[in-house]
Design a protein. Sequence first.
Length: 318
Amino acid sequence: MSTSALKIIFAGTPDFAAASLAALLQTEHQIVAVYTQPDRPAGRGRKLTPSPVKQLALEHGLPVCQPVSLRKADAQRELAAFDADLMIVVAYGLLLPQVVLDTPRLGCINVHASLLPRWRGAAPIHRALLAGDQETGITIMQMDAGLDTGAMLSIARCPILPEDTSGALHDRLAELGAQTLVAALAPLAAGELKGEVQDDDLACYAHKLEKQEGALDWARPARELERQIRGLNPWPVAYTEQDGQTLRVWGARLDTTEVEPGVLPGTILAQCRDALVVATGAGALALTELQLPNKKPMPVSALLNAYRERFAAGTRFN
């Protein structure tokens, strides 16, 4: 290991974090330990399943720690024993007490999927899409005791494309986060990165997503519903009701069809080759991909081959 290489503790859990760990493994820096959430039940069998970060760490023979909390003295002593220069935190899921933040020589830094202070909190990617932001990005932040309130060390910008879902944007930001992190390590170690204090007046809180946020209220404008569908794909997925059944809506686009006065929101206006045009509170929305109960998601073009009468013009979603 060269004199410029850092001894790093990496803390992360989901795929987003695994991208940063994979990038670090290609550098000269030494990963002395990987911290991740305890294994969780997953799948239909509810089998205990390791996180993507744990799976990657084990593939590379890295020590893995999975404390339920970092507030206990024994967990803090274990972390301190790794004698790390730096702790890198990416979507870890546990709060770090001040004693942990102070343990590594260079402290703890975080890879955050937002242009701070725009979206602090658990779901910055989804909230940016739902709000109609045209740009987002990655912030490398020096962590402090607050929630995503630390000084900003490095920023990389990323446009939000009109067709982006949260899944597509997640994947681009995961890669951008990994690249931005690796690029920041050498100047950080050399003391060349000067933290920029966040303007708290510009901060928004990115609340954790709840399943009920997927419910489509057809009285809302088409533009907001289109963003809701993209922003909640692939989880929790937008949905609507028809004849007592829940239909999940995976894809949609804005439509120029004029909605006549008196037409109730949620009414199907027309069947197109690849879409159902639906009236909303302001404008029309073309649904392009639906999922019926106990079925796989289907393009509307295929759905209409079997269910054309069910989705006839004049029928209505609740």
